[in-house]
Design a protein around this ligand. Sequence first.
Ligand SMILES: [Zn+2]
Length: 376
Amino acid sequence: MQEALEYLAYLQERYTESGARSLSGHPVKVDYYHPWDEGKVAHSILIGMINSGIPSSEQAERTEQVMRMYKAAKEKYSRLEDLGTVLIIESLRDRMVTRFNQLSLALPGEIVFGTLPFGEVHAFYQRSPAGTPLILFNSGLFTFLNLLAKALATCFSLENGFKGKELVRRAQDLKSPGVSHASRRFILLMVAYVIEGRPDNAPTYALKEDSDRVKSVMLRDTAELFLFAHELGHAHIGVCGTTVVEQLGQHRPADTKPPANHLEELACDILAVQAIMGDPREDWYPRMDRFYGIEMILSVFGLMNELQPATATTSHPSAESRRENIQAYLAQKDASLGKEFALRSKVLRTAIEELWIGYRAFLEQYPPMPDDTRTR
Ligand SMILES: [Zn+2]
């Protein structure tokens, strides 16, 4: 593990020095937060609690609890990982590794998790030079998912599906009162992420309505689980070999067989769906509503492919074939599951596409500044 952590720290410093690029090719200044000062960590935990309205009577005890968890986690992370990321990954690890065990899906004994500023929404799986599996998330990815979930949460109701144009109007001007709250938030997020390469630059805010908060947490939670479990899927295939890929990657009613790496991606999606659908938080929000969060991830990949079609098509199947594959898998398990997925997927896709149109209109009006130092 030590070797893998050192390798990760080396990669993080390389990326930071060589200047990471945003999706639109602008240089990104990455200033990794050095979190291992315990005073600072305790302070930021406290700020987080005040922001989420935890009563002061509970703050001291909870801070202590999180600090204990944090100290235990420290050994497993590079020193550049920030607190928020460590806590999210630890919780995802607990939930999803448990699910993989329950499903008897073998995983390597040791996996190192961390972040790199590689500028894409993706996470990826690789091995350190000595062979330790590494799962790396784009730094800022969790912030991005959180803010995207919030923007989307106000655009549809769980009962009636997408609320439509009454909420999300085209963005002609950010200052115009005609631009919906959701659209404005989405534009700010896309500018921070796609252009600046730093989702953390987008302003954070709290949703007013309780029902929107529930939807945003549900979307974010499932999206995080899906990404995490998909990467664990790669780790599982690394242990079990390609039979799994052949079995799980071909639910899509395809006329041609996808290339091997695409097939593996499709198989990892199915493993992720299997893991998520049986996660014990079932009682917290309806199981079927997890389909919204899965679709949020697929939709984001679809949008990113529009920005970078070449790289996306060689490394990953299209969002559409990933969607078809998941739907076909669910339908095969239970016809009604397939239908429910298709329904929710359409609702969320409509919402995100509408927000995307607003962003495009904004870009036409205010194109990004040309950047002289751009090299690709
Ligand atoms: Zn993958």
